[in-house]
Design a binder for this molecule. Sequence first.
Ligand SMILES: Nc1ncnc2c1ncn2[C@@H]1O[C@H](COP(=O)(O)OP(=O)(O)OP(=O)(O)O)[C@@H](O)[C@H]1O
Ligand SMILES: [Mg+2]
Length: 243
Amino acid sequence: MADPIIKIRNLHKWYSGVHALKGVSLDIQPNEALGLVGDNGAGKSTLINILSGIQQADEGEITIDGEKVNFRNPRDAMDRGIETIYQYNSMVPTMSIARNMFIGREPLKASFMGVGIMDRKRMAEESVQAIADVDLHLRSPDALVGELSGGQRQGVAIARAMHFKSKVMILDEPTNHLAVKETQKVIGFVQSLKELGITAIFISHNIHHVFECCDRIVAMARGEVVLDRRTEETNMEEIHSAL
Ligand SMILES: Nc1ncnc2c1ncn2[C@@H]1O[C@H](COP(=O)(O)OP(=O)(O)OP(=O)(O)O)[C@@H](O)[C@H]1O
Ligand SMILES: [Mg+2]
């Protein structure tokens, strides 16, 4: 097996009274699609929020490509190739495709009294290219993301990941009920990431969906990893009884 792209060791997180992560350790292999399951409050979002720089661990260690990291914010994680998609709010619907492509990483053409001026021309050109590169056909980089279908938005997210050479894509599914069609798109999305060589971490409440698109399933309960299996070596009953 290859060296893990991400090594998580003995991660702890407390929220005042709540011990949300109780020493979580996990290795994630390159180009693996990992499904993370568990009941409400199991600690899934806390774990991936730490991995994507949104929150900081109280104890423990994360290594990316063999190097210890300490993400202070999402930008730090993005710089190390970790991109997080919150399915419906990872993009700003009232902003253009080009702006969304570069969110948090806007190229600057000059700075005036310490305030950078965005290079809109470059963002437009590069986003047209990035979108063409993933075979997505959209009218214009100036179109608003709010006018795109769910599938097209995910296409933009893929284009963004490819353009910035993201190595890991984290998808934290909303807990509310998605339409069947939308859910199938998410599953297709995880599969396409794998084809592109991008490591995917897919959090879902629906274990069936995880079975459909993940190579490996990790279950969490009460802040701990309670099961870690190759998809073909486990089944629904085993996962349910672990939770
Ligand atoms: N910002 C916060 N402040 C205080 N407690 C929190 C905070 N975020 C999470 N928690 C607590 O930490 C525990 C783990 O929550 P977390 O959001 O990681 O669970 P989850 O597995 O993502 O659940 P869900 O499936 O409902 O999204 C829960 O007990 C939760 O109440
Ligand atoms: Mg959550």
